[in-house]
Each structure stands twice: as structure tokens, then as C-alpha cells.
Design a protein around this ligand. Structure first.
Ligand code: VGL
Ligand code: ZN
Length: 196
């Protein structure tokens, strides 16, 4: 069984949003068109409480895109984005949302979650693995935002868990912060992810 995992195609990650990824909205038509070709479609939604620890605003004297050390490791600080229930946290208005499952992540104040499988301590599960296994899904195709953060960590975790993972890069866009795109491409290739 083969699922399409659509990562964080939300208003705040599209042009005009709080953490806009260049061309983030341009991938929506291609993703919508792909959905009918899979046994299952799963959407993820970045979903932070106000005052989340990944927001620069939560750290006096810190600015967006600075790196800090958290108890679970290094963490990039972001502009306030994808606050639970806000307009920016909604899916892009043109994205099809008639998929099978919407999984939310980053909902604990003290820890961020780039990956759809594990929070940023690389240990706390989101529950997605169990959902996929109990549905008999062993192949995953991933698209969405951002290629070098949430798509990257989701793809590497899925490959480590034994799923057959493909990332369709034309249906992704990257933030590209300090070489994060090249690092992500190398890490995905190392983990055995197929990039097309
Ligand atoms: C993401 C930064 C912060 C992503 C989410 O979806 O790639 N990036 N939160
Ligand atoms: Zn986030």
C-alpha cells in the first residue's frame, strides 16, 4: 500500500504568510493532481500553541532564524507561525483536504516537531508510524513544505523506520537557511530516500 504524505501546505508557509517559503503556493495544483493516484492521502499540519518555544518571540533578545540550544538539541528560532486555530495555520485555500488523515505536530510548548514521525528529540512519537503500519502502508511519497525542514526530517525518519520513501522535489519548496537545503539533500540520500 502506497500513501501520499502532504507536509505542511499551510497559509503561513506560502507567500504572504508568517514564514513564507518562496513559491510555496506554486506546488498546490501538482499536489492536488497527485492525490487520486494513491491508496491513502495523509496531510500534516504544523500546529503550535501561542508562545511556542520555537518562536523567537518566546526568547527575549533573540531574533528569528537564530539558533539556540534546547534540552533536546539545537533549535532554529522561527517567526511566530501556524498558531493553533489561526488563519495562518489553515491549509492553503486551494489545497484539497479530502484525504484520509490529518496529523498535527508541534503542539507541545516545550518541543518542536519537524518530522511527522518524531518530535525534535527524535524520540517522542507522533503516532503516524502506528497508523501507517496498521493500514498496511509500506511505501510513502512525500511532497510539501519545507523541503529542508519538515519534509527532510519526515523522509529520513520514515526511511529509518523501514518505509520505502520517495520525495517528489518538484512538489516541494525549501527555506534554505545557511546551507540547509544541501544538507537536507545529502541526509535524505544517505538515509536511502529516493529523490525525483
Ligand atoms: C517548518 C519551520 C518551522 C516546516 C515548520 O514545515 O518545514 N519549518 N515549522
Ligand atoms: Zn513550526
Amino acid at each position: 500500500m502506497h500513501a501520499l504524505l502532504v507536509i505542511d501546505v499551510q497559509t503561513d508557509f506560502c507567500p504572504g504568510g508568517a514564514l513564507a517559503v518562496d513559491g510555496g503556493d506554486a506546488i498546490v495544483p501538482a499536489i492536488n493532481a497527485m492525490m487520486d493516484d494513491f491508496d491513502a492521502v495523509i496531510l500534516t499540519q504544523d500546529w503550535h500553541p501561542a508562545g511556542h518555544s520555537s518562536f523567537a518571540d518566546s526568547h527575549p533578545g533573540k531574533a528569528p532564524f537564530e539558533l539556540i540550544e534546547m534540552p533536546y538539541g539545537p533549535q532554529v528560532l522561527w517567526p511566530v507561525h501556524c498558531v493553533q486555530g489561526s488563519a495562518g495555520a489553515a491549509f492553503h485555500r486551494d489545497l484539497r483536504t479530502d484525504g484520509d488523515l490529518i496529523i498535527r505536530k508541534g503542539f507541545r510548548t516545550a518541543i518542536d516537531s519537524y518530522s511527522a514521525f518524531f518530535e525534535n528529540d527524535h524520540a517522542t512519537p507522533t503516532g503516524l508510524e502506528g497508523y501507517l503500519r496498521t493500514r498496511g502502508i509500506d511505501r510513502l511519497t512525500m511532497v510539501g513544505l519545507a523541503l529542508d525542514f519538515c519534509v527532510h526530517f519526515s523522509a529520513v525518519d520514515a526511511a529509518k523506520l523501514g518505509f520505502d520513501v520517495t520525495v517528489v522535489t518538484s512538489a516541494t519548496r525549501a527555506i534554505d537557511l545557511d546551507g540547509s537545503l544541501a544538507a537536507a539533500q545529502a541526509a535524505m540520500a544517505d538515509a536511502g530516500v529516493t529523490l525525483v
